[in-house]
Design a protein around this ligand. Structure first.
Ligand SMILES: [Zn+2]
Ligand SMILES: [Zn+2]
Length: 351
């Protein structure tokens, strides 16, 4: 189902060798490790100097964990350790402060290009309910004169399209992705007749496309989008986008619906979640699918827009069912107890 770790390493090494020169000073979105040097990274701790540590610093800087610094050294220093700890916490990993294999494996998994901001965080822990959704700084959301229900329009750029999938397939996939969100909040999405006037503009772009967030070719960063009310959703045209893995057999195929659903979450105002099952979790493995909204995604978006009046969550239905079962169980037990008591009294009198 997924690329094996070894396979990913080989693949990324090839990519690294072909583009090493251009990546030397640039932010890193693709970590390259080999079976030979992985050991030196996993054993590294504060104070160690190991060739290749600088790429992890560039990676953590790219996704919001370290300040931009032109001269990232290969020293495992205190600021690198604390960035690593923040990264592990945000990605729901075991917090070790080390480049352990789970952390490195997570870093080589393709992901969204939006940095993992943690400035406006909603964190709530209850016995059976933990939410980790996050907003963008300032908690922006679409207002549209504060009218609810609200309708937002979207359109596809005709100039920035891919041709391995038909426009029809792309339109249907996005329609499903939008409807996942509109089923839980009082916001509906309709395709605009005129792309130029659409609230949300969707396109597939290659490399540097003018917004300061260049795409990086196959895997690495898959897509990015902007917080409300910018309304731009960009997908990396270099990916092998798939709507059906039975048709698209490539090992590096990426599920368009999962990525579309995730990026729409950003457009609505959600940032990355540390819940691995959430649509708003930042990474997605090739040939993996994660398009169903998790309770964490639903609570996050409903705290921005309120609930769709027609929405009744699966979770509340489940709790109703278990409550009914509980009630039924209680009534049945009571009946059996009374019958048993009558039999015992009857037997007492007979004997
Ligand atoms: Zn994202
Ligand atoms: Zn872009």
């Amino acid at each position: 189902m997924f690329l094996s770790l070894r396979h990913s390493f080989m693949f990324l090494v090839t990519l690294f060798l072909t583009s090493k020169a251009s990546l030397q000073d640039a932010p890193v979105t693709k970590i390259s490790v080999t079976n030979r040097n992985i050991q030196s990274f996993t054993n590294a701790g504060r104070g160690n100097i190991i060739t290749g540590i600088s790429q992890f610093k560039r990676y953590l800087s790219r996704f919001g964990y370290l300040k931009n610094n032109d001269a990232f050294s290969d020293k495992f220093d205190a600021s690198f350790e604390s960035a690593l700890i923040k990264y592990q916490r945000n990605l729901g990993l075991q917090v070790t402060g080390k480049l352990d294999s789970n952390t490195v494996s997570q870093m080589i998994t393709p992901r969204c290009g939006v940095p993992d901001t943690r400035k406006t965080r909603h964190h709530q822990n209850r016995i059976h309910n933990t939410t980790h959704f996050v907003y963008f700084p300032g908690k922006p959301r679409w207002s549209h004169d504060n009218d609810m229900p609200m309708t937002l329009t979207y359109g596809f750029s005709r100039d920035y399209m891919i041709h391995k999938l038909s426009l029809q397939e792309i339109r249907e996939t996005f329609k499903r992705a939008f409807s996942r969100w509109s089923s839980v909040i009082p916001v509906s999405f309709v395709e605009a007749e005129d792309y130029g006037f659409a609230d949300i503009k969707i396109g597939f772009y290659s490399g540097d496309h003018g917004d300061g967030e260049p795409f990086d070719g196959v895997l690495g960063v898959l897509a990015h989008s902007f917080s409300p009310e910018i309304g731009r959703l960009h997908l990396d045209a270099a990916e092998t986008w798939a709507v059906d893995f039975k048709v698209t057999k490539s090992e590096v195929a990426v599920d368009l619906e999962s990525v579309a659903t995730h990026e729409i979450g950003h457009l609505l105002g959600l940032s990355h979640s540390s819940v691995k099952e959430a649509v708003m979790y930042p990474s997605l493995r090739p040939r993996d699918k994660r398009a169903d909204l998790n309770i964490d995604d639903i609570k996050g978006v409903q705290s921005l827009y309120g609930s769709n009046p027609n929405f009744r969550s699966q979770w509340s239905l489940e709790s109703d069912i278990s409550a009914n079962h509980g009630e039924k169980f209680g009534v049945d037990t009571f009946r059996l107890f009374i019958i048993g008591l009558i039999i015992v009294i009857a037997l007492f009198y007979i004997i």
